[in-house]
Design a protein around this ligand. Structure first.
Ligand code: SDX
Length: 433
């Protein structure tokens, strides 16, 4: 709950002066509570893109964009990336506290034992072209989940909400891995309960029936860390989409499908794919100045993918961890001279010295280095955003769960600044000019 609502904001316009209550958070800016503004002042606020708008109250994730700080339930992301593991991070995001051994074992066991998909779901994959983008496939399959799991779609039942939560976290790796297998024409590999979450995902992606598959511990640790770094991120576009969908009472599977659809955009989760494709297009460090110039050219729509952020006006703390992980993983794999990594590092160095990027406070974000690691693991660029969606599923669900447990939550229904035609009469076609 906010600490208190002791302050007021005085708003004067025309012949009106309104005293609007303010609320102070536990961290971050105070808010002006404008819920009664329209009733009292007959005016709307106007904030397309929500650059200055808090759309909800939340206790899950805190970002300080100026400090480059990211906390999951108060725990700094770099500590979690180093000391925790993804399923423990899921527990923290969902339930708010570090689990004891018994609670963690129980949570891991519940997730581990729900990784299989209903066998009929195979047929959804077969309906797609082989060259379908995996995001199209996982969006469709995730939405279809509500037609298979009727016993966990009653959002008014806390137990059904919990079952749906575990099912989606557990089944997303299977859904994503099978989208990859379908795209490469290989048979689906079933989940294995003897493997940890990240290792299981890797074996479902890269094992083949013709031979045994041994998970590389370097890669599974890196995969687990990538999941942790992408798990949640306050009220980003896809999380806000999930909240808005959930506010209507839509079932949780449909809400997460909406989040997947929003994440796909290149300005959001699609940036990791776009970034690696950009780095490959640049190809060598001597071509970097050409692309820096294009990024600065107002007449050129080109942007440096993986750079900039609505909130971070300092380093994205996830990018820092991801850069260290890229160095570690590629070094351990013996490909530290990977040309794409060299281009990325030189591009970052040049951009961070360029006045344009310095003045606009544009730093590498989470998507700048992640693709280099995923590429080194053997994933095609089309799998980068599905992997982001896999990791973000827990954040979407935690935020949805928080909203569903809020007794004051209402359907989200923004208004608008209308600049269209005022009322006018219809003209029969024979009388038109
Ligand atoms: C994610 O919100 C989240 O938390 C998202 C995310 C999460 O975990 O959920 O962190 C994940 O989506 C990370 C962002 C991935 N997207 C990209 O890397 C795409 C490239 N970045 C940009 O498109 C942009 O930086 C955004 C979309 C990320 C942020 O856009 P904003 O906040 O709306 O900022 P803006 O577009 O108004 O840019 C401000 C200025 C503009 O110049 P002016 O019009 O003021 O002259 O900075 C420029 C922009 O042209 N600018 C860039 C740039 N990003 C912003 N110029 C060149 N290259 C860029 N990448």
């Amino acid at each position: 709950m906010p600490t208190d609502a002791f302050k007021t904001a005085k708003l004067s316009f025309g012949d009106k002066t309104l005293d609007l209550p303010m609320q102070s958070p536990t961290a971050g800016p105070d808010v002006i509570d404008i819920r009664k503004l329209y009733a009292l002042g007959d005016v709307f606020t106007y904030d397309p893109g929500f650059t200055s708008t808090a759309a909800c109250e939340s206790a899950i994730t805190y970002i300080d964009g100026d400090k480059g700080e990211l906390l999951y339930r108060g725990y700094p992301i770099d500590q979690l990336a180093e000391k925790s593991h993804f399923l423990e991070v899921c527990y923290i995001l969902l339930y708010g506290e570090l689990p004891d051994t018994a609670k963690l074992d129980d949570f891991v066991s519940r997730v581990t034992n729900h990784t299989m998909l209903h066998e009929q779901m195979h047929f959804f994959y077969r309906g797609f072209r082989r060259d379908a983008h995996p995001m199209a496939i996982i969006c469709g399959v995730q939405g279809a989940m509500s037609s298979f799991y009727h016993d966990s779609i009653d959002i008014s039942d806390p137990w059904q909400r919990e079952v749906a939560t575990i099912r989606m976290i557990a089944k997303m790796p299977t859904i994503v891995a099978w989208a990859y297998k379908y795209s490469v024409g290989q048979p689906f590999i079933y989940p294995r309960n003897d493997l940890d979450y990240a290792s299981n995902f890797l074996q479902m992606c890269f094992a083949v029936p013709a031979e045994d598959y041994v998970v590389n511990p370097i890669l599974s640790r890196a995969m687990d860390r990538i999941f942790t770094l992408h798990a949640d991120h306050e009220q980003n576009a896809s999380t806000s989409t999930v909240r808005l969908a959930g506010s209507s009472g839509a079932n949780p599977f449909a809400c997460i499908a909406a989040g997947i659809a929003c994440l796909w955009g290149p300005a959001h989760g699609g940036a990791n794919q776009a970034c690696l494709e950009m780095l490959r297009e640049i190809g060598t460090v001597d071509r970097i100045p050409e692309y820096i110039a294009r990024a600065k050219d107002k007449d050129d729509p080109f942007r440096l993918m993986g750079f900039g952020h609505r909130v971070y006006k300092n380093f994205d703390p996830r990018a820092k961890v991801m850069k260290e992980s890229a160095d570690e993983v590629l070094g351990l794999l013996g490909i530290e001279n990977n040309p794409t990594l060299q281009v990325a590092k030189e591009l970052e160095r040049i951009a961070l010295e360029d006045p344009y990027f310095v003045e606009k406070k544009l730093y590498p974000n989470v998507d700048f280095y992640s693709g280099i690691i995923l590429d080194a693991m053997g994933f095609p660029t089309s799998m980068f955003t599905p992997i982001f969606a896999l990791a973000r599923t827990v954040g979407w669900i935690a935020q949805w769960k928080e909203m569903m447990e809020d007794p004051t939550q209402k359907i989200g229904r923004p208004r608008q600044l209308y600049t269209g035609e005022t009322s006018r009469d219809y003209v029969d076609i024979e009388n038109r000019a």
